[in-house]
Design a protein around this ligand. Structure first.
Ligand SMILES: [Zn+2]
Length: 237
């Protein structure tokens, strides 16, 4: 017997012949890595990618797209918390219109910051609450996604919005899965489908407002347009 799906509670079944590195939930379609989370190994593997990213050229179209997206639900001066902000590339654009704070546990990334906004390396001491929490390409790395979103929910003002981008596992068929660039079982601990992401955000009390995609014209290294965007709202009091 495999463990129940941590997203929807349904029993998982092994992917394909069962020799894969993920298990797939038969109901919500989320893939969960078979690897035990090892903070040391994970930190080491991921830190390399992170620092490569920190050296990369700023992707202005992507960041303008993201600022435009959040602007649909925000007013000038509203507070944004960007979780897993890396070098603060999004914050560097968003801070022209909003009051911004970042959270980034990797201090080497913070040292290469591209924003004026303060970036915290721990959750302690962050000024609360925020009108908007963004989590770009972060959720797939989180070992306990429900617990993490529950915590972040408390950092969000009533009526505030939560913006998540993550790879959509349904963007590739089963045959293409293992060669997909996001098939990284030691880094991407979960690969979500729309249904599993919807189930997750609703389970912490958020209401879905919008689905979108970051297409290849702004994510040139993702030719399938395989990054989905979910915007959800914390209900007003
Ligand atoms: Zn499930």
């Amino acid at each position: 017997m495999s463990d129940p799906c941590v997203i929807c509670g349904c029993k998982e079944s092994p992917f394909g012949s069962g020799d894969g590195e993920y298990t797939r939930c038969v109901h919500c379609g989320v893939l969960r890595t078979r690897y035990s989370y090892n903070a040391e190994m994970y930190g080491e593997a991921y830190a390399k990618n992170y620092l490569l990213y920190a050296e990369s050229t700023t992707n202005t179209p992507l960041q303008l797209f993201r600022v435009g997206l959040v602007s649909r639900w925000l007013h000038r001066g509203d507070k944004i918390l960007d979780v897993g902000c890396c070098v603060g590339e999004f914050l560097g654009f968003a801070e022209k219109y909003y009051s911004c704070v970042g959270f980034e546990p990797n201090k080497k990334a913070i040292a290469k910051r591209r924003c004026k906004a303060k970036i915290h390396s721990t959750m302690n001491g962050m000024i609360l609450p925020s009108k908007c929490i963004t989590m770009f390409d972060v959720l797939e790395h989180i070992e306990k996604p429900r617990e993490f979103l529950k915590l972040l929910f408390t950092y969000l003002s009533p009526g505030g919005i939560f913006v998540i981008t993550t790879p959509d596992v349904q963007a590739v068929g089963d045959k293409g899965l293992k060669t997909w660039k996001h098939y990284k079982p030691k880094e991407h601990l979960f690969l979500y489908s729309e249904l599993s992401l919807e189930t997750l955000v609703q389970s912490v009390g958020l209401q879905i407002l919008h689905w979108g995609r970051e297409e290849s014209d702004i994510r040139p290294d993702n030719p399938n347009g395989d990054i989905m965007t979910c915007v959800a709202r914390r209900p007003s009091l």
